[in-house]
Write a protein of this length. Structure first.
Length: 324
């Protein structure tokens, strides 16, 4: 069998190549067809016209160890982050966030959303190391604030270095300078107030209008056009609230039972006894959902006619005619 100079059969795929099942990245592999996986990857890895990283795989299979090996900045960074994770002192219970995370872990990785484009274990190591450093910085700042609070309260004495860096001249609790302190007043005494509704303002009040953009109902404004919104609402409100005292005084004189009054062109119906549920001289309002005695046995008439005198109370004809 013919062999190459290195003693390998020509029937074997020449090195370097990727074995079938390799799931890593291979440059321009998706554009190649017609050959086996091994021969295609071997040709791509040895072709000088294909832009590649110069290594068969992007990540080192075996880590660099020993003082004689080549140490790069990436290796130092990985070693530093590994030292951070190995030097943790604070315990968070069951420590699942370790230095080597197994691919397929579905739990939450703090800061994991900021790292991508590398292996899962490498992304997790970088994210967990950043989270650990952030927790350490937060703890150191909290401890420093606690010490400052104790120094200000006089519980402990600051060191000479602390006096030089941040001299604490004021110690709490602070004492008031004046004995009688006037209460703080917000705003001005004559400041304009906006709590009054335009409906209750006087007729000559220039603020008796609604601002543009108000979507509520404004009475008497449907027939006003050709003016700005504030002017229209001012005219409508003045017309709606014109002479309110006269209308109130007329309404305060409540009519007696059976009396009909006319106020501003509107007919006021006779007052009815609110305690009467089933009136004898009129029917109930349609869509009444309460119980009506004997209603299920009546048919062929309107709801108002069938509910007139629903309890079938005997009424004196003279009183009924007089009431009408």
């Amino acid at each position: 069998m013919p062999q190459w100079s290195k003693g390998k059969s020509v029937l074997m795929t020449p090195d370097p190549y990727h074995t079938p099942g390799y799931c890593g990245f291979c440059p321009q592999f998706k554009f190649q067809i017609g050959e086996t996986f091994g021969r295609t990857t071997s040709r791509l890895l040895t072709n000088p016209t294909v832009a590649s990283s110069g290594r068969p795989v992007l990540a080192d299979i075996s880590p660099v160890k020993g003082p004689d090996s080549q140490v790069t900045g990436e290796t130092k960074r990985l070693a530093a982050r590994g030292d951070v994770l190995r030097s943790r002192r604070a315990s968070f219970g069951d420590q699942k966030l370790g230095e080597t995370m197994v691919p397929g872990y579905t739990g939450y990785i703090p800061k994991g959303e900021h790292y991508f484009g590398d292996r899962y274990a490498e992304n997790c190591r970088n994210a967990i190391a950043e989270f650990e450093l952030e927790q350490r910085n937060h703890k150191s700042k909290t401890t420093a604030m606690e010490r400052v609070r104790h120094i200000q309260a006089g519980r402990i004495e600051p060191t000479e270095q602390e006096k030089k860096e941040s001299p604490l001249r004021c110690r709490g609790p602070l004492k008031p300078i004046k004995k009688d302190i006037a209460p703080l007043v917000y705003g001005k005494p004559n400041e304009q107030q906006h709590s009054t509704s335009p409906y209750y303002m006087a007729q000559h009040d220039p603020q008796k209008f609604f601002m543009s953009g108000y979507t509520g109902f404004i009475p008497k404004s449907r027939g006003l056009i050709g003016m700005s919104y504030p002017i229209i609402t001012n005219y409508a409100l003045n017309e709606f609230t014109s002479d309110p005292r006269h209308a109130i005084s007329r309404l305060q004189g409540a009519p007696e039972k059976g009396e009909t009054t006319v106020i501003r062109g509107c007919i006021k119906l006779p007052r009815l006894d609110p305690n009467i549920i089933y009136p004898t001289d009129s029917g109930l309002v349609p869509h009444y959902t309460g119980h009506i005695p004997g209603q299920k046995f009546r048919y062929g008439t309107t709801f108002g006619h069938s509910t007139r005198n629903a309890k079938r109370v005997r009424v004196n004809m003279g009183e009924a005619i007089a009431s009408k």
